[in-house]
Design a protein around this ligand. Structure first.
Ligand SMILES: C[S@@+](CC[C@H](N)C(=O)[O-])C[C@H]1O[C@@H](n2cnc3c(N)ncnc32)[C@H](O)[C@@H]1O
Length: 187
């Protein structure tokens, strides 16, 4: 599926903000819910090693061979529970709201982060009352307000150290605010 110009621009803005937030010099990164690779196309240049996972077979198939010369990108069809290893940065680009149990998901991500500097970057949209983002498809959550995300992170052993608005995403005639939450391991 071809990404829209708006999706690509949101991915670019996410990578630009991530570049300014990531503290590790040459990070090993994991993207959960990589979909068709909008964010990965920009994020891969920031990573020493980038692992992309998604539960959807079709999405993973579209990424096969996308970056042929890029030996630092690994692509797997699985969820976070099947991931082994540890990462400087784990990110979710507009994918966390697709995952039913937010606290279980973020708790699993926390266990894969390198201590003490591991970083979780969550890009999400804020819900607009009465205007669900997903109208013609299903998603268990309608984005997350800043407060909802802070509570879910806290329940997962993660602190939100900053939330940054990066874009406005027009969708079905409504403008959704898109932000990046910079999350750290709780000390
Ligand atoms: C809107 S897409 C994300 C866009 C993507 N990050 C990009 O840059 O193109 C949401 C993705 O989350 C995936 N997903 C849903 N539940 C998941 C889970 N438990 N683990 C991993 N991926 C999941 C879906 O299959 C879908 O591809």
């Amino acid at each position: 599926m071809a990404a829209s110009a708006t999706d690509l621009e949101t991915g670019r803005l996410f990578a630009e903000k991530s570049a300014s937030l990531i503290t590790a010099a040459s990070p090993a990164m994991l993207e959960v819910g990589c979909g068709h690779g909008v964010a990965a196309g920009y994020m891969r240049s920031l990573a020493r090693r980038l692992t992309l996972i998604d539960v959807d077979k079709t999405a993973i198939a579209t990424l096969d061979g996308r970056w042929p010369g890029d030996k630092n990108v690994a692509i797997k069809q699985c969820d976070i529970l099947a991931v082994q290893g540890s990462f400087d940065v784990i990110y979710y680009f507009l994918s966390l709201h697709h995952i039913t149990n937010t606290v279980a998901e973020l708790s699993a991500a926390r266990r894969l982060l390198l201590r003490p500097s591991g970083q979780l970057l969550i890009c999400e949209y804020e819900p607009v009352p009465g205007k669900p983002f997903h109208k013609n498809d299903y998603s268990p959550h309608d984005g997350f307000s800043h407060e909802e995300l802070i509570i879910a992170a806290s329940q997962s052993g993660i602190s939100v150290s900053g939330i940054y608005d990066i874009a406005t995403l027009p969708h079905y005639g409504t403008a959704y605010n898109v932000y990046v939450a910079d999350c750290r391991l709780r000390r």
